[in-house]
Write a protein that binds this ligand. Sequence first.
Ligand SMILES: *[C@@H]1O[C@H](CO)[C@@H](O)[C@H](O)[C@H]1NC(C)=O
Ligand SMILES: *[C@@H]1O[C@H](CO)[C@@H](O)[C@H](O)[C@H]1NC(C)=O
Ligand SMILES: *[C@@H]1O[C@H](CO)[C@@H](O)[C@H](O)[C@H]1NC(C)=O
Ligand SMILES: *[C@@H]1O[C@H](CO)[C@@H](O)[C@H](O)[C@H]1NC(C)=O
Ligand SMILES: *[C@@H]1O[C@H](CO)[C@@H](O)[C@H](O)[C@H]1NC(C)=O
Ligand SMILES: *[C@@H]1O[C@H](CO)[C@@H](O)[C@H](O)[C@H]1NC(C)=O
Ligand SMILES: *[C@@H]1O[C@H](CO)[C@@H](O)[C@H](O)[C@H]1NC(C)=O
Ligand SMILES: *[C@@H]1O[C@H](CO)[C@@H](O)[C@H](O)[C@H]1NC(C)=O
Ligand SMILES: *[C@@H]1O[C@H](CO)[C@@H](O)[C@H](O)[C@H]1NC(C)=O
Ligand SMILES: *[C@@H]1O[C@H](CO)[C@@H](O)[C@H](O)[C@H]1NC(C)=O
Ligand SMILES: *[C@@H]1O[C@H](CO)[C@@H](O)[C@H](O)[C@H]1NC(C)=O
Ligand SMILES: *[C@@H]1O[C@H](CO)[C@@H](O)[C@H](O)[C@H]1NC(C)=O
Length: 474
Amino acid sequence: MAETVPFRSQLLPSLTLILLSILQSDSATSRIIHLPNQSDSKNFTISVIDFGAVGDGVHYDTVPIQTAIDSCPPTTHCRVTFPPGTYLTATLRLKSGVVLDVQRNATILGGTKLEDYPEESDKWYVVLAEEAENVGITGGGEINGQGLRFVKRFDERKNVMVSWNRTGACLGDECRPRLVGFIGCRNVKVWDVKLTEPAYWCLHVVRCVNTSILDVSIYGNFDSPNNDGIDIEDSNNTVITRCKINTGDDAICPKTSTGPLYNLTATDCWIRTKSSAIKLGSASWFDFKGLVFDNITIVESHRGLGLQIRDGGNVSDITFSNINISTRYYDPSWWGRAEPIYVTTCPRDSNTKAGSISNIQFVNITATSENGVFLSGSKGGVLSHLKFVNVNLTYRRWTNYADGLLDYRPGCQGLVNHSTAGIMMEHIEGLEVENINMRWSEDRTGRWNNPLYFRPSTVNNISFLNFHSGLYKL
Ligand SMILES: *[C@@H]1O[C@H](CO)[C@@H](O)[C@H](O)[C@H]1NC(C)=O
Ligand SMILES: *[C@@H]1O[C@H](CO)[C@@H](O)[C@H](O)[C@H]1NC(C)=O
Ligand SMILES: *[C@@H]1O[C@H](CO)[C@@H](O)[C@H](O)[C@H]1NC(C)=O
Ligand SMILES: *[C@@H]1O[C@H](CO)[C@@H](O)[C@H](O)[C@H]1NC(C)=O
Ligand SMILES: *[C@@H]1O[C@H](CO)[C@@H](O)[C@H](O)[C@H]1NC(C)=O
Ligand SMILES: *[C@@H]1O[C@H](CO)[C@@H](O)[C@H](O)[C@H]1NC(C)=O
Ligand SMILES: *[C@@H]1O[C@H](CO)[C@@H](O)[C@H](O)[C@H]1NC(C)=O
Ligand SMILES: *[C@@H]1O[C@H](CO)[C@@H](O)[C@H](O)[C@H]1NC(C)=O
Ligand SMILES: *[C@@H]1O[C@H](CO)[C@@H](O)[C@H](O)[C@H]1NC(C)=O
Ligand SMILES: *[C@@H]1O[C@H](CO)[C@@H](O)[C@H](O)[C@H]1NC(C)=O
Ligand SMILES: *[C@@H]1O[C@H](CO)[C@@H](O)[C@H](O)[C@H]1NC(C)=O
Ligand SMILES: *[C@@H]1O[C@H](CO)[C@@H](O)[C@H](O)[C@H]1NC(C)=O
């Protein structure tokens, strides 16, 4: 293998020419590049092996892989295949029309050195597509960020991570590469692929339109901070279906930083996280509108369905339906206090306004949790027209972490000592509740068996239809 590499490398400059001449001559075969059916098509398949990738997990395959991608003729559909093997690489850049076909038993392995990534820290991804259309990743294989190599000290409460801030490359402590990024793209498709061990966020979709994410499974270390699952930012028309996410930080996390986010649907997913399973925010400078979350199972998470609005963006028309949740306490250094449902808006600091939250529905929800539902608007940002229909809440304690704290983080009032309740409500205008069944485990309820808490004079226009709360024996 090693001997053939230099030989192939010498051929590299001429490959594009060969490709083009094949295109023009309709010639059927090539020994160097596998182009299965040239007679029909604008569809190409090329293998990174033919460009000299060795796939041994030791030598960098960056140049052969990038050359393969760059050799795809423009305005075609081009599949760049990775046969079984482990392809260590620095940042790879996709371009329009290219789909990475990472086959079963093939792994793209992200480098762990600062020089493996571009100069600007906002371009630190193992795989990055910018301003491209018709791009994607598939094939049943894996993209792995070697997140464990970024752990400075393992700690089951929360790992301490390496930060490249010391080099001055970026600020703060969240200074590590993400795994996969699509920035300013159209028609993105990520399907049938495993994304594992991100050093920081895993799949990041920014300012994109028409994105589908299907049959993607995400695995990140449960103790590592910031290894989010899917972060959808400032993007329209996104569909996420049949995802499986097991990671330390937020699993599905829509955000708005430079523009609004419209029309996101996530269905048929399974989630476990030490933070929020679904979280809108906390970056929330612009509006969120038209989001649907349906048929989702959330297990052993620190928070279930969360709206953590802090920067003045307004949220409306959101539906959560057919969702089973179990939430429990973890170390309080993680945001989340075992709330199955958490709807909050408050100003992050004295320079921000509170955004409003309106028209939010929760239908067919079942939860077993160590803490109650938290619905908290604020003076400048009320919660309006919230609706809960067919909701079964079972409350019991099974870990030994302390309770009795309201979690307003980040910013706002921070963590506040307060008795707990089945549903805690403040600054709400319009709340409709229909068929709620609250069950309290008989043991250890002393501190929090208070079905409903209203902050006086801040909750208006509420209706309760068929609300039941009672003790049960284990
Ligand atoms: C090439 O494509 C044509 C038309 O789609 C198809 O009939 C033919 O079987 C294909 N040939 C091969 C070798 O795949
Ligand atoms: C070419 O690829 C595109 C995208 O994968 C697909 O929709 C189309 O059917 C393919 N066309 C042919 C002729 O194979
Ligand atoms: C993948 O690896 C497994 C275990 O080594 C093997 O059983 C399987 O046949 C491989 N599959 C492919 C598509 O190479
Ligand atoms: C760099 O990151 C570490 C965490 O790994 C953090 O403790 C430290 O405060 C950060 N330094 C700066 C200057 O942001
Ligand atoms: C999403 O749609 C909104 C409303 O039409 C628009 O303002 C925004 O620019 C769109 N975002 C993108 C990335 O196209
Ligand atoms: C997104 O998809 C819709 C429906 O297929 C299409 O009408 C629209 O043009 C697409 N938008 C972009 C920016 O490609
Ligand atoms: C969001 O979806 C609605 C309903 O399908 C559609 O009318 C609207 O144009 C979409 N918004 C954007 C920004 O694509
Ligand atoms: C719900 O999602 C699961 C996958 O998590 C899927 O197997 C099941 O068919 C979905 N149910 C419905 C009613 O769509
Ligand atoms: C929720 O649990 C119920 C009862 O166990 C089950 O019938 C339903 O399919 C589950 N739904 C989801 C989305 O997990
Ligand atoms: C949110 O709504 C308020 C009241 O309508 C408005 O003043 C504010 O500009 C909106 N925020 C954004 C980010 O558009
Ligand atoms: C809630 O519990 C009741 C009684 O056990 C059951 O009939 C109903 O289907 C449950 N609803 C949900 C959404 O799980
Ligand atoms: C809620 O569950 C009921 C009974 O299973 C079902 O008929 C209804 O369609 C569900 N509602 C939604 C919004 O999925």
